[in-house]
Design a protein around this ligand. Structure first.
Ligand code: GLV
Ligand code: MG
Length: 356
């Protein structure tokens, strides 16, 4: 067992101190690009102007014979691009693959100062994070980095879900966790071939009326991912890190994508992956609280004074607990608005209107 006193000591001589808190930075969409694809790489400077996070993907969706080109592409893009306030993340190959060691050695030593977060796929338990944690410390020391790299795990194996709480707390570097519905479905032997989203076959049905088993029975589709997302949110909240919905593979179906993202937002997620530019605006809209919710939250906070006791506002009871709910919304709004003047103006206009 590691002593709590050592938890925040660097894991290699000369490595930076691990972080004590995960700072909030907007990450409503983690936009994936293939750094080995020259056409996509050329779009990176423009994409950096409209995304919270850009992620150079080295894992699945990059062909085996393009892995090295993708890694080299990410190094040159990172060196050549000014990302402004946008974070640069990468998804490295899985820990059992022949590429991951070179991914980590090359990226940390060449562009460790440009990278914010390293996403690790197919995490099975705390042991995977411990391995990455120590290796990153050694590489940070070698590269002379002063800011520690953060680690993000994808929840996409049955064993990862069973161990999600220990994964979330495995290292002070843990920044967050994303649901990986495609690999997770395969790992669990779920019988869906969709990448995220619902399934019309997953439903409940009202009781039969009389003898007829078919007519007049309403069905309600259920969310295949509810259990996993909810569990992931609890594990992340418990350890002060951030939960994310992952990919929604049906790019054409922007309506269902928005629904799935919104479910995740309402359950506590702070963002989702975007696999195509069309999903960037969806994530931005969904993972920013609505101006009317922000106006309401600010009003409750103002009327609750010191935050104790109870008041009635528009016929709705407010007390110590509901003011905390409102603070979650209002604080997120302030954090996002600090980086986005348009959003700040929309929140202020709605707040003014609700006071008039
Ligand atoms: C993402 O990596 C997934 O497997 O869904
Ligand atoms: Mg996956």
């Amino acid at each position: 067992m590691r002593s709590p006193k050592d938890f925040f000591a660097p894991l290699a001589l000369g490595a930076p101190e691990p972080p004590r808190q995960i700072p909030f930075r907007p990450s409503r969409m983690i936009h994936f690009f293939d750094p080995g694809n020259e056409k996509m790489a050329a779009k990176v400077p423009d994409l950096a102007k409209k995304t919270d996070v850009l992620l150079g993907n080295l894992e699945d969706a990059v062909r085996a014979d393009r892995k090295e080109a993708a890694r080299a592409g990410l190094v040159s893009i990172a060196k050549a691009t000014d990302f402004g306030r946008t974070q640069l993340w990468t998804r490295v190959n899985s820990l059992d693959s022949p590429w991951v060691l070179d991914d980590l050695v090359t990226l940390v030593t060449e562009i460790g100062d440009k990278l914010d977060v390293i996403m690790v796929p197919k995490v099975e338990g705390a042991q995977d994070i411990h391995y990455v944690d120590r290796l990153l410390a050694q590489l940070e020391a070698r590269a002379g980095l002063t800011k520690p790299l953060l680690v993000h795990a994808i929840l996409e194996t049955a064993s990862g879900v069973a161990n999600v709480e220990e994964i979330a707390g495995a290292s002070p570097r843990m920044q967050g966790i994303s649901l990986g519905p495609a690999d997770l479905a395969a790992s669990r032997r779920m019988k869906t071939t969709r990448v995220g989203g619902g399934h019309p076959g997953y439903l409940v049905r009202t009781d039969p009326v009389g003898e007829d088993l078919t007519e007049g029975r309403t069905t309600y589709q259920q969310d295949l991912w509810h259990y996993t997302v909810a569990r992931m949110v609890d594990a992340c909240a418990m350890h002060g890190i951030l939960p994310y919905y992952g990919p929604f593979g049906d790019i054409r179906d922007v309506v269902a994508c928005e629904d799935q993202f919104r479910n995740a937002f309402l359950l506590g997620c702070v963002g989702a992956w975007s696999l195509h530019p069309v999903q960037i605006d969806i994530a931005k809209r969904v993972f920013s609280p609505s101006p009317s919710d922000v106006a309401w939250a600010r009003r409750v906070i103002a009327e609750m004074g010191d935050g104790t006791g109870a008041v009635m506002i528009d016929g709705k009871m407010q007390d110590d607990a509901s003011v905390k709910q409102c603070r979650v919304v209002a604080e997120l709004a302030d954090e996002l608005a600090a980086d986005d003047p348009e959003l700040a103006a929309a929140y202020d206009a709605a707040t003014k209107e609700s006071q008039s």
